[in-house]
Design a binder for this molecule. Structure first.
Ligand code: F3S
Length: 78
């Protein structure tokens, strides 16, 4: 299982993540990205069919703000 969240502190509103994965990422009024599925909490398992898009967004983000993990982000200690 995979989970994703955006680090809104480092996102520069470049728009790559939503271009690759429009069903996962959207932008707030400042253009800063967030995860649509769980309001950027990183707690909802990303559906299998969207994983390819998610990894493309993760690889494509110029500031490494697209975070991906195998545990929900609220269960992580770091
Ligand atoms: Fe921001 Fe990276 Fe997406 S800079 S808009 S999180 S591709």
């Amino acid at each position: 299982a995979y989970y994703t969240t955006i680090d809104k502190e480092t996102c520069i509103a470049c728009g790559v993540c939503g271009a690759y994965a429009p069903d996962i990422y959207d932008y707030d009024e400042e253009g800063i990205a967030f995860v649509l599925l769980d309001d950027n909490k990183g707690t909802i398992e990303i559906p299998e069919v969207l994983l390819e898009d998610m990894f493309a967004a993760c690889d494509g983000c110029p500031t490494e703000s697209v975070k991906v993990a195998e545990l929900p982000f609220d269960k992580r200690t770091e």
